[in-house]
Design a protein around this ligand. Sequence first.
Ligand SMILES: [Fe+2]
Length: 372
Amino acid sequence: MKLSPFDHLPTTRLIFGNGSLSQLGQLTKELGGKRALIVSDPGIMKAGYVEKAVSWFREVDVAAEVYGEVQENPSTDDVTRCVEVARAFRADILIGLGGGSSMDTAKGCNFILTNGGRMQDYWGTGKAKKDMLPLIAIPTTAGTGSECQSYALISDAETHVKMACGDPKAAAKVAILDPELTLSQPRRVTVCTGIDALSHAIETAVTSKRNSWSSLFSRESFLLLEKGFERVLHQADDLEARGMMLLGAAYAGMAIENSMLGAAHSCANPLTAKFNVVHGEAVGVMLPHIIRFNRQLPEIQAIYQTYFSGDLADRVSELLQAAEMPQKIRMYGVKESDLPELAAMASKQWTAQFNPRSLTPSDFVDLYRAAF
Ligand SMILES: [Fe+2]
């Protein structure tokens, strides 16, 4: 095993446990917050979690305001609207409560609020010069792992390009992982976010950027998700399994922070951009084929075997089947004549460079054809 050098400063305090949302007021006070802006989406508002959060603030005399309009795949427009509310309220702490979109919008808002300019100025890493407001991240899905990352994924409202804007200062000060908050997810959200998280565990395990630290989290994440996924499919209110999924997704997020992602994500993004395939489905449909491609390298096959004693690609297909997820891209309207264009787009994705086996555009065509 080769040991790559790394330099990792943990940025986020992790609190895990059923009912841990009740610590929100106290944690906010500890961070010096007196005026909290809760950033969330309409579904989470409806589920009553925002109201619950506000009630915890009331108990400790922290003033609260809500921006509850976050949309899926948030854009620069979402961030602008959130900033307006945060400015008017004079927020001194931000709470991202919801899925990856809510947490990312809160992070994006934090950049503009504290450092000025526009989102495009922070595309890349470490471009914020001034201090940022403390952020508490509270995921209600077990998916992106954004609560453990210093990056916000924000689309340019005009060009629709997804920008990864990251800075160590943007990472949440605290992430509250309360499995009870994930019980209300519709089944489809559980499925799509769960497969996305599983793909994060499997991709981070083998990228060219992986190191000993990220591998710890990739492995534990995989163990939790592989066992938890079928359980939450069979029984949506299995709270222990919900905890496994939530923790697994957060650990995968920690792994991404060091290890980045690989070719399954490179292939998925064009399917989302051109055919509106939901991210988790797009990654899932490609993942078994990426595993088969990567395991041609003996070193990578050896890693996969430490994760799963049988055939890992078949195991992923089995989970997709259990989730009733389409396993062919033609089921999403892709035509065979679309494959070269998809491949050209995939080879330009930034995650492609971290895949353990390098890929040519024709390798991408072969991968899409295998999934066709
Ligand atoms: Fe993903």
